[in-house]
Design a protein around this ligand. Sequence first.
Ligand SMILES: Nc1ncnc2c1ncn2[C@@H]1O[C@H](COP(=O)(O)OP(=O)(O)OP(=O)(O)O)[C@@H](O)[C@H]1O
Length: 260
Amino acid sequence: MLHVDDIQLAFGGVKALSGVSVHADKGKITAVIGPNGAGKTSLFNVISGFYRPQSGKVTLDGEDISPLKPHARAYRGMSRTFQNIALFHGMTVLDNIKLGAHTNLRSGVISAGLRLPLTRNEEAKLDEEIQREVVGLLELDHVQHHHVEDLAYGLQKRVELARALVMKPKILLLDEPVAGMNREEKREMSRFVLGVKKDWNTTVLLIEHDMSMVMGISDHVVVLSFGKPIASGTPDEVRANPDVIKAYLGGADEPARTAA
Ligand SMILES: Nc1ncnc2c1ncn2[C@@H]1O[C@H](COP(=O)(O)OP(=O)(O)OP(=O)(O)O)[C@@H](O)[C@H]1O
């Protein structure tokens, strides 16, 4: 599905990524973890096309997408969320989800409906499709007509997830999806990400500091440290890996014991 091979990325003298390879298997959840500055965000930016690495390759479903710009990758079914909430205030949940679809891509689950301008009938059909496919899946029905700024933080993050899902992506990149959330919100977000995997067979790649989330929902975990891959495997394998424990104990923000 997604293959990231031997990425080298440097900013001036700073080597952000050295020889990083990650594979995300179809319908599975793959997590990239690592202490602060390990290169996780850089890797995401390489995958989504915001950074151009000095060398290495990104392949999606067998196609080398390395030369493609972010929007072209989105057209091929790659969707991402960002660390900071970027919703449009003054607009409803439903309109935010729809607008996200307009700005991201004019095809996908709501396909033809996104070709502007829409007639009233088309608009209604689009609303109905979004409601059925995405609002329902993410249990946003009760707030779909609320303004996004009136929602609790956890719900706003869920709206962002909905917006990324509107295109029914092949691969969903989640950038710290539970950052800043309370325990209950984290549990909910984990449940929804698992729901997307189960119901849509979507491939998910996430970077996240929260070890309980990562260990709870991931099929496969890749660990970076100082821009290099140091371990990969199932959550249990990674948790028990001495190199991983050392990397986290050696100056990380997240103590290794939270992985237990
Ligand atoms: N735009 C940039 N210009 C210069 N250096 C950068 C840039 N982006 C990242 N770096 C450097 O690359 C390295 C990897 O950073 P990156 O942000 O990818 O790590 P991270 O694992 O996402 O960290 P965090 O968990 O703190 O978000 C760091 O040394 C960082 O200072």
